[in-house]
Design a protein around this ligand. Structure first.
Ligand code: C2E
Ligand code: CA
Ligand code: CA
Length: 448
């Protein structure tokens, strides 16, 4: 029924059993392979390049979960129709599975032209989907590869398009990536890091370092943020900016986080009791309902009171699956753990959402602090955030303070707490203990 209505399956295709996708009426992955193989054979005497690509809908799963399977199917059918209509009839478009479509462009000869075609596909897929009483919006990512030589088989081309798609997805939504050696090298490094990290996590070789969070007026250390550090024997030092996203993507973050929290809580148990530990949770941990149990059992095991722990969560973390994230935040708060909204100002959450989110602390992102002294609009935004937090009775920590002038200006605007290289770089557990005891001692009245 659908097939006929879409008008995209020609009679000979429906009769070829096993080559058609029943939902959309497009060809399936077997047809895709056959078409690519045929084109490779055709080009044996005419070595003109062509393009193989994969389109993947961004955010299809949450829409499918929210609106139900029937709406999900409807979106896939509409997407199929749009893709078919957007391409020249000589091109092939198939559904590879779930929310992935493959395309073959026999008359596209350059990377630039491939990128242009792919952007058109993303554009047509980004228009709203009509679902009767509701509508949904999605974007899409595309990876593609150019065929240059007969030494490459159809499977090689598809694998290259997949590698490019993976790179596009990692970089965010709505992007096009054309395969290159550089992309291949990047993908290979990700795999190397993943394997080395799995080993390091199992062996407990990832360490928390700590950066002080200070009171801007007294300069006393109030708490320390744990920041993951890892040196692999072959890869050398790998920054958390690189390995944390890989740990998230490859499902290692839960175990990694438990190793880090256990070590960090043990270290913090040695600090003066008024100094708290601030610990980062990743967005994917807020989708896992076991997270709060894991955190609480590590506190019980290490003896760190919940009142001395603060959990940092980014705005993006709250947006992925808001209901799940809010439940975890509530569980942690009811156990007496404080929560901080990290990198505030860089995410997508609206001010309206801030009213519903129950955070004790807001951390102003370091990009604001970096620009504040030279850029008047940024300074206004920082003051507005401080005024808002004051009204909402939330604590504020300004991040990335690198000089006295930034610290002084923020204190003048009413910001109570700060963190940054000016007050201390992240340091090992032993150095941190000496640092926090030194501060605590010097802050006590003489003779006590
Ligand atoms: P973040 O949570 O926003 O952490 C602050 C980052 O800013 C840290 O980078 C810190 O070293 C850096 N920083 C602190 N003060 C200054 C300053 O004055 N100037 C500049 N330019 N930078 C400063 P780092 O340690 O490389 O961590 C990067 C990110 O990796 C963190 O950003 C956090 O998102 C993530 N991360 C680190 N450790 C963990 C962890 O244990 N768990 C999770 N889930 N994420 C972590
Ligand atoms: Ca943080
Ligand atoms: Ca931050």
């Amino acid at each position: 029924m659908r097939t006929a209505a879409l008008g995209i399956a020609r009679p000979e295709e429906t009769s070829e059993a096993g080559l058609t996708d029943l939902l959309t009426g497009l060809g399936n992955s077997r047809r895709f392979l056959a078409k690519i193989r045929r084109l490779i054979a055709d080009r044996a005497s005419d070595p003109a390049p062509f393009v193989v690509g994969i389109v993947d809908l961004d955010g299809f799963k949450p829409v499918n979960d929210l609106f139900g399977m029937a709406s999900g199917d409807e979106i896939l059918c509409q997407a199929a129709m749009r893709l078919r209509a957007a391409l020249d009839p000589r091109c092939t478009i198939v559904r590879l599975g779930a929310d992935e479509f493959g395309f073959l462009l026999p008359l596209t000869f350059s990377e630039a032209a491939a990128g242009e075609q792919a952007r058109i596909l993303i554009e047509v897929l980004s228009a709203p989907y009509d679902l009767g009483e509701r509508s949904a919006r999605l974007s899409a990512s595309v990876g593609c590869a150019l065929y240059f030589t007969a030494a490459e088989g159809a499977e090689d081309l598809i694998r290259k398009a997949e590698t490019a798609l993976y790179d596009a997805k990692r970089a965010g939504r709505g992007r096009v990536v054309v395969y290159s050696q550089e992309i291949e090298d990047k993908a290979r490094r990700v795999t190397l890091i993943e394997q080395a990290l799995r080993r390091a996590v199992a062996a407990g070789e990832v360490e928390p370092w700590f950066q002080p969070i200070v009171c801007l007026s007294s300069r006393r250390v109030l708490g320390c943020e744990a920041l993951a550090r890892w040196t692999d024997r072959d890869l050398g030092v790998v920054s958390p900016g690189e390995f944390i996203p890989i740990a998230e993507e490859r499902g290692i973050i839960g175990q990694l986080s438990q190793v880090l929290l256990r070590k960090a809580a043990l270290a913090a148990a040695d600090w003066p009791e008024e100094v708290y530990l601030s610990f980062n949770l990743s967005p994917s941990q807020l989708v896992d309902q076991n997270t709060s149990d894991h955190v609480l059992s590590i506190l019980a095991e290490t003896g760190l009171p919940p009142g001395r722990l603060q959990i940092e969560i980014t705005e993006t973390g709250m947006m992925c699956e808001p209901a799940s994230a809010e439940r975890i935040v509530e569980d942690l708060r009811s156990a007496g753990i404080r929560t901080a909204l990290d990198d505030f100002g860089t995410g997508q959450s609206s001010l309206g959402r801030l009213r519903q989110l129950h955070f004790d602390t807001i951390k102003i992102d370091q990009s604001f602090v970096a620009a504040m002294l030279t850029d008047p609009p940024t300074q206004h935004i920082v003051r507005a955030i401080l005024a808002m937090c004051d009204g909402l009775e939330k604590d504020v920590v300004a991040e990335g303070i690198e000089c006295e002038e930034q610290a002084a200006r923020l204190a003048f605007f009413g910001c109570q707490k700060g963190q940054g290289y000016f007050f201390g770089r992240p340091m090992r557990a032993e150095a941190t203990a000496a640092h926090v005891h030194g501060y605590a001692a010097s802050a006590r009245p003489a003779g006590t």
